[in-house]
Design a protein around this ligand. Structure first.
Ligand code: ATP
Ligand code: MG
Length: 456
C-alpha cells in the first residue's frame, strides 16, 4: 500500500451563502450565545449540535446518525457547516447532497461508498529517518551536459541545514532539487527530507525571520532542536478515500506509461471493492500495531429525501460496519413518499427502520428580530451598508415570506441604491426590488389564482 504519495482528495468548496458562519457559537458550558460565530438564535438546535460535536471528538459517535429537520431556511445547512467548523481540519467532513447519487456513469451505491470513505480519516504516525533544519544554503551545481549540445544540467545540489545544535552540509541528488523547487524552498525555511524516499517537506519559515514580512500569510516555526540527521515522528492525516485513489491510480516515476498517462489524461481508474477490502486489511493491521489511528469524521447528506429506498438500505447496512463515520442528514420534508417505492409514505421520506436509529434535531422558524440580526450579518459579510429603517422593513417582510428570500433581496437592493446614487440601502430600495421580484409564496398564490392562463 502506498502512503508516501497520497494526495488529499478533500472537497474544497466555497459555499458563499454561508460564509458568515464560523462555528456554533457556544460558551464553555455548551450553551448557545444568542448571536455568536455568525449564528443567530436557534439555540436548542445549536446546543444539540454542540453535544454531537463533543461526542464526535471523544470518538463515541461512529456509526451513528443525526437528522436535522425543519422548514426551509431555518438554518439546517448552516448548522451542519458550523459543526464542520467546530471539528477543525483534522477531522474529515464530507458534504454531499442526496441527488448526487444519481449519476449516469457511477452506481448509486458507489457514490455513497466513496463519500463514506472520504469521511473516515486515518492518522498515521511513523518514525522516519530525516534531515531536518533551517536552510542556510541552497545552491545547485551545474556541469556541462554530458549528452553534448548546449546548456548545462544540474549534477547535484549543495544544501546547508541548521539546527540549534549545529550545521550540516549535504550533497543531494538532482531529483531532490526538483522537489525542493516544487515546495518553493528558499534560504530561511525549515524543511525536512526523508532519508529513504528523498521526499521534501517544507514546514514553514524559521521564526528567526518572523519580523521580515509581517503582511505575508506565512507559518513561522521554531528552529529545530537536536541533530540535523535524526529519527523523527512524522504524522500524516489521510482519508480512506485518499488511500483508495492513491492505490488505484497507475502512478509511477519517469517511465513511459506515466508519460503517456499525462498526455492522454486517462479516465478515472476504478476503485474496486476488492481494493477497498485490501486497504481495510492493511489499515486494520496498522491500527493493531499502533502505527495508525482511526479518526471517524462526518458525512453530511443534505436533502436526504432525495435518496431512494435502495440507497437507504445500503446506507443502513454501511452504518453497521466496523469502520463507519458519523452521518448527519438534513431535510425540510414532512411526511412524504420514499423515493423508489410505490406508495410508502414515511416521515421525512426516510424508511422507518433507519429513522429509528436517528437522533433528530429540530430547527424552528425565526422571529422578526432574529431575521433582522441575520440580514445584518449578511450585509456585513457582503460589504453592504443598510440603514435601520430598511433593516426593519426586511425583518417584517421576512416574517411574511422567508428568511432566504429577504437575504437574497439584499444584493438587488444594493444595486438599486447604487442606481439612485446612494451607498447605503434605504427602505425605498427594498420596496422597489420587492415589487420587481416575487417570493415563493406569492408566486404560488398567483399561479393558483390564474390557473387557466398557464399551460398545463
Ligand atoms: N441561525 C442562523 N444564523 C445566521 N445565519 C443563518 C441562520 N440560519 C440560517 N442562516 C442563513 O440563512 C440562509 C438559509 O439557511 P439554510 O440554507 O441553512 O437553511 P436550510 O434549513 O438548510 O433550508 P433548506 O431546507 O431550504 O435547505 C443561509 O444563508 C444561512 O447561512
Ligand atoms: Mg439546506
Amino acid at each position: 500500500m502506498k502512503i508516501e504519495e497520497v494526495k488529499s482528495t478533500a472537497k474544497t468548496q466555497r459555499i458563499s451563502a454561508h460564509t458568515h458562519i464560523k462555528g456554533l457559537g457556544l460558551d464553555e458550558n455548551g450553551s448557545a450565545i444568542q448571536s455568536a460565530a455568525g449564528l443567530v438564535g436557534q439555540e436548542m438546535a445549536r446546543e444539540a449540535a454542540g453535544i454531537v460535536v463533543d461526542m464526535i471528538k471523544s470518538k463515541r459517535m461512529a456509526g451513528r446518525a443525526v437528522l436535522l429537520a425543519g422548514p426551509p431556511g431555518t438554518g439546517k445547512t448552516a448548522i451542519a457547516l458550523a459543526i464542520a467548523q467546530e471539528l477543525g481540519n483534522k477531522v474529515p467532513f464530507c458534504p454531499m447532497v442526496g441527488s448526487e447519487v444519481y449519476s449516469s456513469e457511477i452506481k448509486k451505491t458507489e457514490v455513497l461508498m466513496e463519500n463514506f470513505r472520504r469521511a473516515i480519516g486515518l492518522r498515521i504516525k511513523e518514525t522516519k529517518e530525516v534531515y531536518e533544519g533551517e536552510v542556510t544554503e541552497l545552491s545547485p551545481v551545474e556541469t556541462e551536459n554530458p549528452m553534448g549540445g548546449y546548456g548545462k544540467t544540474v549534477s547535484h545540489v549543495v544544501l546547508g541545514l541548521k539546527t540549534s545544535k549545529g550545521t550540516k552540509q549535504l550533497k543531494l541528488d538532482p531529483s531532490i532539487y526538483e522537489s525542493l523547487q516544487k515546495e518553493k524552498v528558499e534560504a530561511g525555511d525549515v524543511i525536512y527530507i526523508e532519508a529513504n524516499s528523498g521526499a521534501v517537506k517544507r514546514q514553514g519559515r524559521s521564526d528567526n525571520f518572523a519580523t521580515e514580512f509581517d503582511l505575508e500569510a506565512e507559518e513561522y516555526v521554531p528552529l529545530p532542536k537536536g541533530d540535523v540527521h535524526k529519527k523523527k515522528e512524522v504524522i500524516q492525516d489521510v482519508t480512506l478515500h485518499d488511500l483508495d485513489v492513491a492505490n488505484a491510480k497507475p502512478q509511477g516515476g519517469q517511465d513511459i506509461m506515466s508519460m503517456m498517462g499525462q498526455l492522454m489524461k486517462p479516465k478515472k481508474t476504478e476503485i474496486t471493492d476488492k481494493l477497498r477490502k485490501e486497504i481495510n486489511k492493511v489499515v486494520n493491521k496498522y491500527i493493531d500495531q499502533g502505527i495508525a489511528e482511526l479518526v471517524p469524521g462526518v458525512l453530511f447528506i443534505d436533502e436526504v429525501h432525495m435518496l431512494d429506498i435502495e440507497t437507504f438500505t445500503y446506507l443502513h447496512r454501511a452504518l453497521e460496519s466496523a469502520i463507519a463515520p458519523i452521518v448527519i442528514f438534513a431535510t425540510n420534508r414532512g411526511r412524504c413518499e420514499i423515493r423508489g417505492t410505490e406508495d410508502i409514505i414515511s416521515p421525512h421520506g426516510i424508511p422507518l427502520d433507519l429513522l429509528d436509529r436517528l437522533l433528530i434535531i429540530r430547527t424552528l422558524p425565526y422571529s422578526r428580530q432574529e431575521i433582522e440580526q441575520i440580514v445584518k450579518l449578511r450585509a456585513v459579510t457582503e460589504g453592504l451598508q443598510i440603514d435601520d429603517e430598511a433593516l426593519s422593513s426586511l425583518g417584517e417582510l421576512g416574517t411574511k415570506t422567508t428568511l432566504r428570500y429577504v437575504v437574497q433581496l439584499l444584493t438587488p437592493a444594493a444595486l438599486a441604491a447604487k442606481v439612485n446614487e446612494r451607498t447605503s440601502i434605504k427602505k425605498e430600495d427594498i420596496e422597489e426590488v420587492n415589487a420587481l421580484f416575487l417570493d415563493a409564496k406569492s408566486s404560488a398564490k398567483i399561479l393558483s389564482q390564474n390557473q387557466d392562463k398557464f399551460m398545463k
